[in-house]
Design a protein around this ligand. Sequence first.
Ligand code: AMP
Ligand code: ZN
Length: 474
Amino acid sequence: MALKLFNTLSRSVQEFAPLDSAGKKVGMYCCGPTVYDFAHIGNWRTFVFADLVRRTLEFSGYAVQHVMNITDIEDKIIKRVRENKTTLREFTGKFETAFLDDLKALGCREPHVKPHATEYIAEIIALIEKLIARGIAYQASDGSVYFSITKYQGCGCNYGQLLKLNFDGMRAGERVSADEYEKESVADFALWKARVPDDGDIFWPSPFGEGRPGWHIECSAMSMKVLGESFDLHLGGEDLKFPHHEDEIAQSEGATGKPFVKFWLHGAHLLVEGKKMSKSLGNFFTLRDLLAKGFTGREVRYLLLTAHYRETFNFTLDGLAGAKTALARIDECVGKLREIGRDALPRVQADPQVNPTNLLANFTAAISDDLNISAAWGVVFEWVRETNKRLADNSLSSTDAAANLAAWEKIDSVLGISVKTETEIPAEILALAEARTAAKQAKDFKRADAIRDELKSKGWVIEDSPKGIKLKKM
Ligand code: AMP
Ligand code: ZN
């Protein structure tokens, strides 16, 4: 089933197709954390959303190269480093480690590449030089290098691809040097910030003088270096559309003359108890705060995955308590299926009445429809209800249970919420066990025995029982 996603670039739901002519490889870049503090639950909504996109692409058969940068040099970081009288590396390293621990606790697959801005200074400088050479960037009297919006537009390029921008208040050459700014200030933005006393010892030499990169150019340089000048998907929270992502497009397309990204995906924001998070309102939660209250990473993950990514989500502690109950229902059902189905081989033969294939087909239809997660959970809980009924009246054979489990495991490769309690049986061992069953059925006992010996040499014992076969690790 074709995967459809809402592309901010076209403001519409489009069928996803990668740039790869073989239709297999997908390059995906998600703007990563600015490591100046612990990530809050709003940030986590965006990163769990990115994980869902990656898992859905993999579920759909694509080979994903997932890149998430670590912003380890930026205005807020410099301010905090100075306030804390520490070094840049020591300061950002601590929050990066915490971030990666939390990412794991939330069951997110680790990105394949995690480039650090400070390790890409040469690429950043090269990109700025390219823009200067093309007449789109210039060094101002303050020593900083800026991106010229009017020169960019003069090349026939479009500034305002993700948002409709109001250029009325814009005066040619007006400049903004801060990394974050509002829509009202459509203005030339900083690519390279000349060293100022407040930067302390945080600066790099460059052909434009000592200084440091602007936030936006970091992502253009890192994403293009790792994924190429044009790639498939770029993700982030909706607040990043402007200026960050708009500026990334301008810098990248201004330098290469090629389309930068095919699909832009933006996750809506999270509110806590109906309000914007703020420390003074006492509704500001990091993952650590929630773990300290006795919740688990998977409960938080589940709750963050209950709402569609393009809808504002209201996070509440009551909701988190509800997540516990919902997960317990799934755990109980899957636990029973494991008890009954553990020994059944082969795993693929389903009782048409149980129909796990339909479960998979219905789930696939839901998730492929622009990640329609509410419909996907609807399919899962309908299946739990139905399975519980069959478990209660003892009408589920071990083969049925195994087939259900196989379907659930596929679904959980997208949701990532199941607890893995058993030793996973490697595919190679399962294949051997199935070959032995087939040999026995064909009355080729010599071959069946040889396969049993081969399993033994690989550390697995196979036992026959009236219910079927049992595989045990030696
Ligand atoms: P930052 O570390 O500030 O660069 O943010 C990391 C990611 O979190 C970005 O993609 C932001 O768009 C996203 N983000 C920030 N606040 C929220 C929020 N309240 N809800 C959802 N995503 C957010
Ligand atoms: Zn970025």
